[in-house]
Ligand binder design. Sequence first.
Ligand code: FAD
Length: 396
Amino acid sequence: MSTMPFPANARSASDLLDLDDEFGPGELELRSRVREFVDRRVRPNIGRWFDEAYFPVELVPELAELGLLGLHLDGYGCAGGSAVEYGIAIQELEAGDSGIRTFVSVQGSLAMSAIHKHGSEAQKQEWLPRMARGEAIGCFGLTEAGAGSDPSSMVTHARREGGEWVLNGAKRWIGLASIADLAIIWAKTEEGLRGFLVPTDSPGFTATPIEPKLSMRASVQCDIDLVDVRLPDDAVLPGASGLKGPFSCLNEARYGIAWGAVGAARDCFDQALAYAMERTQFGKPIAGFQLTQQKLVHWALEIQKGQLLALRLGRLKDAGRLKHHMISVAKLNNTRMAIEIARDARTVLGGNSITFEYSPLRHANNLESLRTYEGTDEVHTLLLGQHITGISAFRG
Ligand SMILES: Cc1cc2nc3c(=O)[nH]c(=O)nc-3n(C[C@H](O)[C@H](O)[C@H](O)COP(=O)(O)OP(=O)(O)OC[C@H]3O[C@@H](n4cnc5c(N)ncnc54)[C@H](O)[C@@H]3O)c2cc1C
């Protein structure tokens, strides 16, 4: 099912500019390892997992073994990789399925990076090594039913009572919450917005998967209820105060999406090309028709531009020169580009495209989520509009 991978070291025909040459040997070696994993463990099963709305939790130890959980974080058992290495790995996972990539993003870019950036030494020691080994799963609870694009309107709150915090409220769309050991919950307090480390076995914590879904079916998102959840004084993340706390983590995840979306687009391109070369109509392969070639060329150009954006972003991040608006450029462009290619690539596969055997329609459905989470298309457009004009158009 959903096969037709190209070998781990092969160049996609969409790489018209020899962009692979921009990667170093270590980066290409990592890519080969992740690609081999995706070919062996994800592609043969993903159609079934998507059909059954099953998140393959059995992959977690293997993802940890590959060093992918917190790959870009230093110390505490994390791999200490570069931003580009993280992007490369994420891209290969997303070529397999966005749901599998989302697991690595939620675990590494959101939950682990919240602790790594804002946690106390004791919190880091307690959680990060176990999370890097895949022995503890984390989730990141910011969104609420009434607070999506505007998290400042959240109602979840924490109050101090004696030496404890008491947490009340509800979160929505929280990835992995029902299988997580730890939830990072963002809540209003008298001192402003704070982040809390909430073990999911705390009395008063409930996570309920949201289903059925049309997108991200091989992945789990939940409603969380928090009813008088009592936490020790040191459950708060000491380094995070205000919306900058969660936003600094969201930027990490948005960065990964810019790379991942290119992987999904490339997979659609590769499948459509392979199919078009084999499928014969009117006496010749459909790849020989000008209209098909026009599609393939358009997609290849867009994938190349998306890859250039992601690579530029990664090199800037590694040099410590990445600015917030640049992440919006790549997140907005690459998800928009990928969904257009996924929808259009489906046409080349004709009727067969609506089966689970081929990936473009599955990618297209998944990419709808990418366009919504980590800042919608509209939110990133407004962020860029504000950057260009200096005028915020978010309110009024
Ligand atoms: C698969 C999936 C996984 C997710 N995982 C997580 C997670 O792990 N943790 C977490 O905290 N959240 C998560 N989310 C939530 C996600 O971040 C939100 O869905 C997203 O922020 C959008 O919020 P919303 O769905 O409430 O839409 P809304 O904010 O209600 O937006 C609806 C529409 O209104 C538009 N809109 C809003 N404001 C403006 C404006 N000022 N101008 C113009 N248009 C505007 C939006 O762009 C959008 O088109 C996930 C969501 C999905 C679908």
